[in-house]
Design a protein around this ligand. Structure first.
Ligand code: NAG
Length: 167
């Protein structure tokens, strides 16, 4: 029995130790993070535009999604959201738990959104101490980093904040 040269051994080790189970996606022929959300029954609009890549372990639902930069915007002038450049969590049908990297400003506090649950035509966002429900049809489109849905106009509409009204 002869010994393999060390370089061959290293090559084989590196080659075969590349993990194959986590699903790494960035190319066009693979589902985008947005179509993947839909396959778990979530609307695309819970993620802003600009996800550049993601990974998902389909056996556990653990995912990471990546933006080039952090992303923040205000929706309808009523509340502010902030996404870090990396967000993670556990996704299953109708439920995202252990979410990290997403914050909402409630009054003067930034609170982490830790869970998102779909209940029929509503989405419930939980920040731990409280939660807020939104109609699913507010999420058919992804907002844009910086300007949300008001990218062509400056609108002031400081009426509504469901997080506050449900406290
Ligand atoms: C992210 O950064 C890369 C490299 O700078 C760039 O090519 C790409 O267009 C950026 N993507 C987004 C969505 O900003």
């Amino acid at each position: 029995m002869s010994l393999l040269p060390i370089s061959t051994v290293l090559f084989l080790f590196v080659f075969f130790s590349v993990p194959s189970s986590p699903f790494i996606a960035a190319a066009d022929d693979l589902p985008t993070a947005y179509s993947l959300l839909q396959s778990y029954n979530f609307p695309v609009g819970i993620l802003p535009k600009g996800i550049v890549s993601y990974d998902l372990d389909e056996s556990t639902g653990k995912f990471h999604a990546y933006f080039n930069n952090s992303c923040s915007f205000a929706l309808q002038g009523s509340y502010q959201l902030d996404y870090k450049s990396t967000i993670s969590g556990l996704i299953s049908e109708n439920k995202i738990t252990k979410l990290t990297g997403v914050k909402v400003k409630v009054l003067f506090l930034w609170l982490n959104i830790v869970e998102v649950t779909r209940n029929g035509d509503e989405l419930e966002f939980s920040v731990g101490i409280t939660s807020a429900n939104f109609a699913i049809d507010e999420f058919y489109e992804s907002p844009q980093c910086g300007c949300g849905f008001d990218c062509n106009s400056i609108s002031e509409n400081l009426g509504r904040n469901p997080f506050v009204s449900s406290v």
